[in-house]
Ligand binder design. Sequence first.
Ligand code: AHR
Length: 514
Amino acid sequence: MRKIKLSLLIITMLILRINSQTTINLHVDQAKTKINKEIYGQFAEHLGNCIYGGIWVGQHSDIPNINGYRADVLQALKELHIPVLRWPGGCFADEYHWMDGIGPTDKRPKMVNTNWGGVTEDNSFGTNEFLNLCEMLGCEPYISGNVGSGTVKELAQWIEYMTSDSDNPMAQLRRQNGREKPWKVKYIGVGNESWGCGGNMTPDYYSDLFRRYSTYCREYNGNHLFKIASGASDYDYNWTETLMKDVGTRMNGLSLHYYTVKGWNGSKGSATDFDLQDYYWTMEKCLEIKDVIKKHMAIMDKYDPHKNVGLMVDEWGTWWDQEPGTHPGFLYQQNTLRDAFVAALTLNIFNEYTERIKMANIAQVVNVLQSMILTKGDKMVLTPTYYVFDMYKVHQDALNIPIDIQCDSIDTGNRKIPSVSASASKDNKGIIHITLANILPDKNQKTIISLPIKMKGQPTGTILTADKINSFNSFEHPNSVVPAKFNRMIKKDKQLIIDLPAKSILAIEISLEN
Ligand code: AHR
């Protein structure tokens, strides 16, 4: 008892010594909107070693596998409770012909992956392999259809192959390929980046194509389709305006792509070797997504005030130079504590706009861009971003709690950004989850969280931090950035006072008195 009292005293003294202060009010009584679990979605493209080597090694591989899927990656992904997985692209999707990826593996034709490195794609991972993976992960599949170079018939038949249980040619073909019962497929993307790699179309032309292709996306045997139109990139508000005007509620979702990237030409900067100025630029650029989504949502509100069409941020995350010595077309990058902040800040923003944002898919799940997992031969390492998704999964399908936050701001030279980001939710057991990120690299923050009623028991916490903002997990040192238990917090009446460490991401769990 004396020991506990002494450590409480030490924690209190430590907290009082901190000079930076953040206050957060939680409006628990206003928790009404569900945080769509699909906001925690992932993306897997036939790009570099995302599928081949990352997820799929084939049954004859020396790497331990379950029916061809890497056992270690599968297990790690299961832990994340992935709600939805987008496939097969990306740019790859608009050159993918699904019939090349079904049937006996040795009979499948090969193709050149023109978008990503010009490598040979042997189609050994196709529709059956993807949908079976989703079943193993317990997630919704999100099929990205080929509009750029595929036909209406091809897309219509793909849906028939996957979801029809009737006596028709595609369902028969599926049965011949060993799958008797159809899969459930909810999300269908009608093209990808149709303004660019998906066909270089104008929004008017694409709107017509969306209407045409989606007409033949039929619903079989009670399988309800959620049809997603290819949306804008970043600041292309005209694309959103045209689609909302010309397509409107014929689509169920409209996508948006936003990368934290320095630009598309020239160097994007090193993933691991960066200075404080780069770090603050990254925080500023990732926080800018809030302004961008608000502008797209304002346009959507004009045409769809009842929010029937979802905004689907189906590609987001950091994009750095590929790791030295790796294939330039493979987009393989390391992942530091800085990337973890991008994930934490972005997810906190998505949680807030859950009335309109129905899905988001970080790019990409394994070995590509801001990935959850990196692999090298039979080795696997979990990235700092993986741990953010793990700590934040408690928000999935919980009720968003509106918050007020007052904190110091940081002048980046360009604009002022808040030093603390936060989000809160209440799950179906009534437990409150708060996720916080202190982006200041060198200053702890005394953080006071005010609640409407007293807390029951002791709050628990998990923290993600590291020695440096560019610390990362390598195959040699896989535990440089890993979560740890956190207890530097004290209860005081209806307040929780936290000593939020510099450069840290924190997840707290609180129960309230009845
Ligand atoms: O995620 C990598 C690529 O970025 C995708 O293929 C494309 O849609 C986007 O430009």
